[in-house]
Write a protein that binds this ligand. Sequence first.
Ligand SMILES: Nc1ncnc2c1ncn2[C@@H]1O[C@H](COP(=O)(O)OP(=O)(O)OP(=O)(O)O)[C@@H](O)[C@H]1O
Length: 796
Amino acid sequence: MDSTIARGNVLLINSLHSLLSFYSKRRKSITRSCYLIIVYTLFATGSKSKKSKKKKSIENQTTTPWWKSISSLKDIKLLFNNYLENSPTLSLLSQLIHSKNINTLIHFISQISLLFIKAWIALTVAKIDGSLVSSLVSRKFKLFFKYLSFWLLLGIPTTLTNSLLVRSRMLLSYNIRQVLTYNILNDYLPSNGNSTIYQLINSKNPSNISISDPNHRLTSTVEHFANSCAILPSQLLAPVLDILIAGNHLSKSSENSSEGTLLLGLVANLSTFILRFFTPNFSSLNSMRNSLENKFLEFHSNIILNNEEIALAKGHSREIDILDVSYFEYEKFERMSLRRMAIYNFAVTFIFKYTLGAFGIFLCAVPSFTAVYTNGFIQDDDAIAKLSSDFVANRSLLLKASDSLGKLIQSKKNIQNITGYADEIYEFQNILRDINDFAKIESIVDTNTTTGSTNDDALLVGPNVSYGDEITFEHVPLITPNGNVLVKDLSFSIKPGDNLLIIGPNGCGKSSLFRILGGLWDIKDPGKLIVPHSKKDLFYLPQRSYFTYGSLREQIIYPDSYDDYRNKIFELKKNNPNDEIIKDDDYLINLLQKVNLEYLLECDYSDDDSDDDFSSNNNNINTSNLIESPSSCVFMNPCLDKIEKWPDFLSIGEQQRLAMIRLYYHQPKFAVLDECTSSISSDLERECYRIATKDLKITVLSVCHRTTLWNFHSKILKFKRINENNNTFDNNEGAATTIFTNFDPDLRLQRHEELISIDNSLKRSDELSKRLNNLKNMKNSRSGRRPALMYIDDDE
Ligand SMILES: Nc1ncnc2c1ncn2[C@@H]1O[C@H](COP(=O)(O)OP(=O)(O)OP(=O)(O)O)[C@@H](O)[C@H]1O
């Protein structure tokens, strides 16, 4: 199909050229021929990638032809918008336009202007080249030195233009990257707190596509796209200008060279046609390279993330096997890609630089030969100098033009790369938008059903959610994103002060309950949830907390920023009618001391006056000038400025204690503690729970296996496995059922201990009856052998 189009183009362009030559003045036909070469080359260059062609062919099968749907101007606009939406590249470019980033426009315009200046300089240099040869042939040495000084002086604007071009190209790329990164980040980590990343990675999105490499797309792909776009003006405009200038200059030098240019046009067309056989699909090569590169990087990141576990398990050889396989695949692909590129580069260089170059030289020579045979030609020094000058200028311009034609063809590679990168970025953006739009629809439904609430601060939104000073699950089914039913009907309700203990076998759905509470999983019908309205009323602490890069203070106040922290202190200092505790650096240090983590402080901190009572306020800050900005009036203790790689620096137990401080700092109404103290020593764990539940009055929903913590709970939710006949059993298969009751820890502990002692007695009685049987057997089978030996045999 492609070759038919190409052949059609060759015929069409050359017939057009002949027509134009016939009807117009022949001298202008050379320029026209150049225009046609450019048009054709651009047409050949702009062919679509396989992927988009495939997409289009699918669309064509299902939709009616576009022209049939147009009946008014509005339809054209609609069609254009539709086209914009379906074309990833155009859609990304329209994002750049809509961003109103003036710098992008400035650098784009400056690049175009510089390209025009560069082309003008190239033309001037070519003319001076010609004049230099002409003055040399006619032995006018004064003139020769004059042109030589011009040539030298032109070096200044040439180098200046080149360096400015590089600068403006880099700045353009930087601006494109900035706009796209900003747009993607806004959807990736939306300010309304939607769990977009979780849904993206767990393919819990409307399009059901999982993106495994969001980091790669956000960084590398966007960077490549920006670089490729920034280089495009130079790649397209510079060769076009070169070809136009060459054609124009040639047309001025003689009136008899149009047949030559017709031949040149034919050769150019034929060359592009031949080149198609050597041109690989750059877009698919690129996407393949990205996916292999990404796979290799992913394995590496995995090793870095789990370095300690791998080192202790001595898993190096297994890891190297995995890396080897991945690298081998990548290398194999690179070799194949290099082979194809070598063939392609050879074809481009040979066809455009040499074949077309030779034709160019031939074309330059045509005026010289034809001029000699025209009537009235006198072969004197001046005529020969003029012919030499024209030849040299035309030759240098045409060589440049043929080289430029090659570059123009090669820009196809860049355009295909751009479409490949654009596809990846656009798909990523679309999925992010789908996820956020879906959340927005739920939030709108929610706003319609509840009144007077701001949804940005809402803990959960959706038609099955209502708000109250409690956490209530009413007939909520626990279903994984894969559709596995963990619990058919989960119902319980806790009010402030009702600390809930959650127990059950592994994998039965204890943590999944919190995933629903945190908005990660949907609340399926007929489930209803009543939760506190505000996000700050519920805090989640997992077994392994997340620590960000930054100071010790930032670990404690996460997810608050420094500014939030300072503003809170500043506001309370200005206006504190309820006499609330001001949670400043001294307060944080006091918390660190309570969980025995004061040794993490940067400096020695001996606070003799430290008060164990949380209602007191260790305030040693000068509060005389409260009208100032928060940053100037809030005292920051340098002891909390220590910066470390916290997950590596702290043991798991220390991390869990630090996470507990985070909970104390935020002091929510409710807290989910999902085995978050499992690595803390028993005494300190009890102290941590005491501070949370007794001192700070936080209502906890905790999953914990230690009986020592039972005393802090007054309700219990027990998960039990059920089989097909709805009988409970304790192995790890099938759905679970739940029992929610009041919890009397003392009574339960007493029963628990009783149970253990009975269990031990039963085991002992089992052993005793087994021993008794053995002895009976021995007695029955005694046959003259020595009893001691028989005992040993039997025992074994
Ligand atoms: N994102 C997910 N997609 C699909 N299935 C999941 C997902 N997260 C968890 N599950 C599945 O849900 C089930 C319950 O997991 P959950 O983490 O709630 O168990 P648990 O009761 O907390 O167990 P444990 O006591 O071991 O922590 C498991 O079988 C798990 O494989």
